[in-house]
Design a protein. Structure first.
Length: 416
């Protein structure tokens, strides 16, 4: 670890908009105060003591989102997943509570919603993923009403359990889009929990459960997929691959689906539907010079350094890294990014490499979980010596009890 006596530099220069507000300058600017941004800032402050770092994020609340599956399943109240954003900002890091609207890497600057220009020597892109609720006609108007729910919003996650726990039988639908999403296993997890709940409530017999997935497979890693296909079969869930939600007709309680191979449209009457909306990188990223052709922050998959701007690094859900977008992936990306960013700050070259490790704790029911861990090659990269493709109570308890504590006490402190 090295000490750096750099301090925040605020100058009275005119902003790019000419509104007279001063440009704010920092050695390192991190866009995003979620898992990725906070863990990088904490690690970087520990590695280069005194380093001037600013985090730009408008949020007032920080959420441990992996808990939302269990909130939707009635295991936790949603308030357990939330803490004030101010409580996770590392000591000594400047928090600019604003939203970035414009990226100007050729000027080493960003512009915020309030018109502030923030300049940097190094930039870390960690803005997270954008949930495109409006991309499905009828969803915004229907969400939280008449059986339409989603675990992907703090505002609606408790509605999932309300609709599951009051389900009287009929047709329950669970969807997953064809776009990349945060935690690709989450849409099926809530279906498995709902099946268990329906059985306990005595309403599963005679009811229909449908799981639609815009992708060609239930899960990308064969070792774990074999188990999941058996779970689907055991639970009697109607699995429809390459099928994507196209519209919600809330008043009629109808969902319109598109077969992505044939283009054929079909309509399903539902009594309850859990929707996973399409997702993308944030709009300000997609329209910027930092984006690749698909709109993601264009970084080298090994070093996490931008492929065209040497003083820019990217991490997490908004990055182009070809791996699942999970918190577990971020936990392995963060030390690589920090090592390489520190090397760049000190005038060296990035040598640390990320192997694509990610993990997805696949809840298959109350008290059952498949702990999937794998790398870029979709090869298992398991932590434990036992066969992790089997459903285990121990792994369920690990997700329920250990991982949340690990997140708040270690990951957010840059220690894990």
């Amino acid at each position: 670890n090295q000490d750096f006596p750099w301090t925040t530099c605020k100058e009275g220069a005119m902003s790019a908009e000419g509104n007279g507000s001063g440009a704010e300058r920092h050695k390192v600017v991190i866009i995003g105060g979620g898992n990725a941004g906070i863990s990088v800032a904490a690690r970087l402050r520990r590695k280069l003591k005194g380093l001037d770092i600013a985090i730009i994020d408008p949020a007032t609340t920080h959420y441990y989102q992996p808990l939302w599956t269990l909130v939707g399943g009635g295991v936790f109240k949603k308030e357990k997943s939330a803490r004030p954003e101010s409580s996770v900002i590392p000591k000594g890091v400047t928090w600019i509570q604003d939203a970035v609207t414009d990226l100007r890497p050729d000027e080493n600057a960003v512009v915020t919603a309030s018109g502030k220009r923030v300049e940097y020597e190094f930039l870390v892109m960690a803005p997270g993923i954008q949930i495109n609720w409006g991309a499905i006609p009828g969803l915004v108007e229907s969400l939280g009403k008449d059986g339409v729910c989603s675990n992907y919003s703090y505002d609606t996650v408790d509605k999932t359990w309300e609709f599951i726990s009051t389900f009287k039988g009929g047709t329950a639908v669970f969807t997953q889009p064809s776009t990349p999403i945060k935690c690709a296993g989450a849409p099926q997890k809530i279906a498995y929990l709902a099946d268990d709940a329906f059985r306990k409530q005595g309403v599963r017999d005679g009811s229909t459960m449908i799981f639609t997935n815009g992708g060609p497979k239930l899960f990308s890693v064969e070792k774990y997929a074999k188990t999941l296909y058996k779970v689907v079969e055991r639970k009697g869930i109607d699995l429809r691959l390459r099928t994507e939600l196209a519209e919600i007709r809330g008043g009629a309680k109808e969902a319109v689906f598109k077969n992505l191979d044939s283009g054929e449209m079909s309509t399903v009457k539902y009594d309850m539907i859990h929707v996973t909306p399409p997702m993308s990188a944030p709009d300000f990223v997609r329209s910027s010079p930092l984006a690749n052709a698909d709109g993601w922050v264009d970084v080298d998959k090994l070093t996490l350094r931008h492929n065209r701007y040497a003083n820019v690094f990217g991490i997490g859900d908004a990055s182009s890294l070809p791996t699942s977008k999970t918190g577990a992936a971020i936990r392995k990306q963060a030390p690589v990014l920090v090592e390489n960013l520190a090397a760049a700050i000190l005038g060296g070259s990035p040598e640390a490499q990320y192997d694509g490790y990610t993990a997805c704790p696949l809840v298959t029911g109350y008290g059952k979980l498949v702990m999937a861990e794998f790398d870029y090659n979709l090869e298992p990269k398991q932590t434990f010596k036992f066969d992790q493709s089997k459903e285990r109570r121990s792994m369920y308890l690990f997700k329920r009890n250990v991982l949340p504590a690990m997140y708040w006490r270690l990951i957010m402190k840059g220690r894990a």
